[in-house]
Design a protein around this ligand. Structure first.
Ligand code: C2O
Ligand code: CU
Length: 466
């Protein structure tokens, strides 16, 4: 493990940071309330710290940043009324749910955008239990940056026994000196062609330096969700007894986390079981590591008395979800997926809206990324297959940036981590690898980078299952 020095995020962070240390925040908008029957997207105001003179404008679901934690049962139908009280179109995507295509929330592909003043009823039966999230899929580079995201929990019938089941939704905001949302830089082609929109303030459940009350000897389930536009979170936990029990909602054979380090790309989730070993009264930090620095983003605050002397030893494995795991290598249909473009990428031309354009013309159109030589949504799907076909997307990430590739409506295996079913995975720069899955959910589905500025800049395509 490399040595890290602990500093407050805002004292020393990377680019364009605000000069003053951020202490305890106060939210005008409450953080993560539970289960409403509806979601209402609307303008809101938020304070990121209590001495902030003026709240800043955000977009919220139900006046909450992030949106309310929705808990719905596995295998039973849920109905969520979405009302758009913004002054621009929106939609809700239920990220990671192997959902009925008509409910996937992608304007222009699975539904019409929900216009200002309109209501759309989302009705679906989630087949899999686990930790998911929901977010706007319209102008997501702006609507996500302004706050339209929340956590969706599909509850198991028999969850492992824990003392607390905690949500940990981590976000990244770009604020100016007065803690106002930096809206000037929304849509910046510089961001789009580099790492995406990176912020300078990190929140957990909408709060900076969030404190979770725990006790020695407790067993916690922690649902980590990266809801940031573009920042891959390199996390450092200082509790030693951490096991991963699910990735992107899908149960895994529990494994221990090495050195407290967890990497979570935008869109990804992890369910952790943490046995609290620190002494009563201790505060155990959860940090974000950037280069050689670590910044406190949250902590476990230990009560003065222990809950129990010995750590629990009941089983922590989750029961399996009904996902089709039959992947026969010789029956794969191989589909190449060449990812090109971006700054320092050397892409000279690509096809946009049916026409070959050189890079200068693409840039004029705010397009900078291509999949298989095509920028943005093609008229024809990347592939169209019969239900049940095993697909191997053979990825060549031929550019200078990592990308968090996400497939809608399905879970897949990234060959670098066999046995783990994901819906979003990180390809490092230059990486060649594969995403394999059974295309068993009928409909039209997106494949895109979840660094949403990359998607907006062209790194998006779709496929069809008939
Ligand atoms: Cu969470 Cu198309 O995305
Ligand atoms: Cu990307």
């Amino acid at each position: 493990m490399t040595m890290v020095t602990r500093r407050t995020f805002l004292k020393t962070g990377a680019a364009g940071l605000i000069g003053s240390a951020m202490l305890r925040p106060v939210a005008t908008i409450a953080s993560s309330r539970e289960a409403p029957h509806g979601l209402r997207a609307e303008p809101g105001l938020k304070k990121f710290r209590d001495d902030q003179a003026q709240a800043t404008r955000v977009m919220s679901y139900n006046q909450s940043i992030p949106g309310p934690v929705l808990r719905i049962p596995q295998g039973r139908e849920s109905v969520i009324q979405f009302h758009n009280a913004l002054d621009e179109p929106s939609s809700v995507h239920w990220h990671g749910i192997r959902i009925d295509n008509a409910m996937d929330g992608v304007p222009g592909l699975t539904q019409a955008a929900v216009l200002p003043g309109e209501t759309f009823e989302y009705r679906f039966t989630p087949p899999d239990a686990g930790t998911y999230w929901y977010h706007s899929h319209k102008r997501s580079w702006a609507q996500l940056a302004l706050g339209l995201a929340g956590v969706l929990i599909v509850a198991e019938d028999e969850p492992p026994l824990v003392d607390q089941d905690l949500v940990f939704a981590i976000d990244d905001w770009r604020l100016d000196e007065a803690m106002q949302m930096d809206t000037q830089s929304l849509g910046s082609l510089h961001d789009w062609s580099h790492a995406g929109r990176l912020g300078n303030v990190i929140t957990v459940n909408g709060e900076t330096e969030k404190r979770f009350g725990v006790a020695s000897g407790e067993r916690i389930r922690l649902r980590l969700v990266n809801i940031a536009n573009a920042r891959t979170m390199n996390l450092l936990f200082n509790e030693p007894e951490i096991s991963v029990i699910a990735v992107d909602g899908q149960p895994v054979k529990p494994f221990k986390v090495d050195n407290g380090r967890i990497v979570l790309a935008p869109g990804q989730r992890m369910d952790l079981i943490i046995d609290m070993t620190s002494d009563p009264g201790h505060r155990s930090l959860i940090e974000l590591v950037i280069g050689e620095y670590a910044y406190e983003i949250a902590s476990f605050e230990f009560a003065a008395t222990a809950r129990r002397k010995q750590l629990p030893d009941s089983p922590i494995a989750l029961s399996p979800n009904p996902i089709n795991k039959t992947l026969l290598p010789d029956s794969f249909q191989h589909v190449p997926l060449l990812m090109e473009g971006g700054a320092m990428g050397g892409m000279r031309s690509a096809t946009f809206e049916g026409r070959e354009m050189d890079i200068r013309e693409l840039v004029k159109n705010n397009k900078i990324w291509a999949i298989n030589g095509i920028v943005g949504m093609p008229d024809k799907p990347l592939f169209s297959v019969k239900r049940g076909t095993a697909i191997s997307l053979d990825v060549n990430n031929n550019n200078s940036w990592p990308h968090a590739m996400h497939i809608h409506g399905h879970h897949f295996i990234h060959d670098k981590s066999p046995g783990i079913w994901r819906d979003t995975t990180l390809f490092s720069r230059g990486e060649q690898g594969s995403m394999a899955f059974v295309a068993d959910n009928p409909g039209k589905w997106l494949i895109h980078c979840h660094m949403v500025e990359h998607m907006a800049g062209g790194m998006v395509t779709w496929f069809e299952v008939t």
